[in-house]
Design a protein around this ligand. Structure first.
Ligand code: 1CP
Length: 334
């Protein structure tokens, strides 16, 4: 069994497995080199040779316990026929959501559009570099995808609250997402993903009165679907106000905490396996500060099954040597 599966299935404590959100990305010069020659981000995700190569880049450098497939949560709206472009210094930009068009998309058409993602998963799963390691597939949570699809750009730029009023648009989009996220998850598992992570990056934006309908109900459907394949599911409801309640209702196999969540409080309230937490900004400081902060997490989770990771993705300004230092420190701690 892989170190991560031991931690999740056997609730193993002791040495902590480790991987990083955004471990393949802009902080790596070898990624930037490929990115420079491939200006179209979606096209890059759909290039089987390049996306599998990028997925494996961090595993060539570091002693990590998992690979995460190089793709994006916005590949699902793309697969549904909503145009997505990634603009430099702006982020993603989507065109208007046309319910009629996306309701007509057929399962086979969607799977065909995203076929290179599945081929890339298959290719990576056969690589020696992931022998005895996990290969993480992922999806955006329905709520977070709805935000991008209706808002058409990152809500950190501006969130058009007007759309909360269109209940029909919201309900129908959720129904379509439920169907196609399940297809996307199934295709990833069938091609070699051994764990699925659900990213709910904008969980913290939602008003309490909508949480039940837009986060709990919708996410639970996906979590139960993933569990039916006997594949572990990690949930990351970033900045959600009540992590304990989320765990109680959703019951993911693993809960990823953000850096604002108090790690001590979380283990008092739940026996679910925990992942992450460390503020990625510590990787921009110095080794001594980074070590103290990493040690804090390792000590808190000494007797609790814990997968070492961050409280959000690796930042583009991170020096890869700091990541190397952190991995060696975590691996050598117990
Ligand atoms: O070179 C570049 O400009 C690309 C930067 C980049 C990368 C490396 C984007 C654009 N996406 C990715 C890959 C990616 N995205 C992965 C790959 C695997 C890995 O982790 O190494 C994953 C898991 C994601 C998931 C993702 N995409 C999320 C959820 C996690 C999070 O960061 O909160 C979100 C919100 C996105 C949307 C997205 N993709 C990229 C951008 C700039 C954004 C928008 C972020 C925002 O709204 O602020």
């Amino acid at each position: 069994m892989t170190p991560i599966q031991e931690c999740i299935r056997n609730k193993k404590v002791g040495s902590k497995p480790i991987w990083f959100m955004r471990q393949a990305g802009r902080y790596l010069p070898e990624f930037r080199k490929i990115r420079k020659l491939n200006k179209n981000f979606i096209k890059l995700c759909l290039d089987v040779n390049l996306s599998s190569k990028i997925t494996l880049q961090p595993l060539k450098r570091f002693d990590l316990d998992a690979a995460i497939i190089f793709s994006d949560i916005l590949m699902v709206p793309y697969g549904l026929g909503q145009e997505v472009i990634f603009k430099k210094n702006f982020g993603p930009e989507l065109n208007s959501l046309n319910l009629e068009t996306i309701s007509e998309i057929k399962d086979s058409e969607f799977s065909k559009k995203l076929l290179p993602v599945y081929k890339s998963i298959k290719k990576v799963s056969k690589s020696k570099l992931v022998n005895d390691k996990d290969l993480i597939g992922f999806v955006g949570a329905p709520w977070t995808l709805l935000v991008y699809m209706i808002n058409k750009c990152s809500p950190k730029r501006n969130l058009n609250k007007k759309f909360f009023k269109d209940k029909i648009l919201i309900k129908e989009t959720f129904e379509i997402l439920d169907k196609f996220l399940k297809i996307h998850i199934k295709n990833q598992i069938k091609n070699g993903a051994t764990i699925i992570q659900i990213f709910d990056s904008w969980a913290g934006l939602l008003e309490n009165k909508y949480i039940e309908d837009y986060i709990y109900d919708r996410t639970l459907k996906l979590v139960n679907f993933i569990k039916s394949y006997k594949v572990p599911v990690i949930c990351f409801p970033r900045e959600i106000k009540n992590y304990e309640k989320y765990c109680k209702i959703i019951k993911p196999d693993v809960i990823n905490i953000d850096y604002k969540t108090n790690p001590e409080k979380i283990i008092k309230k739940t026996d679910i396996v925990v992942q992450g937490g460390l503020d990625p900004k510590f990787l921009l400081t110095d080794k001594e500060k980074l070590k103290i902060e990493a040690k804090r997490y390792l000590d808190i989770f000494k007797d609790h099954p814990y997968i070492f990771n961050l409280g959000h993705g690796v930042l583009p300004k991170t020096n890869p040597q700091m990541l190397d230092y952190l991995i060696k420190f975590v691996k050598g701690y117990y």
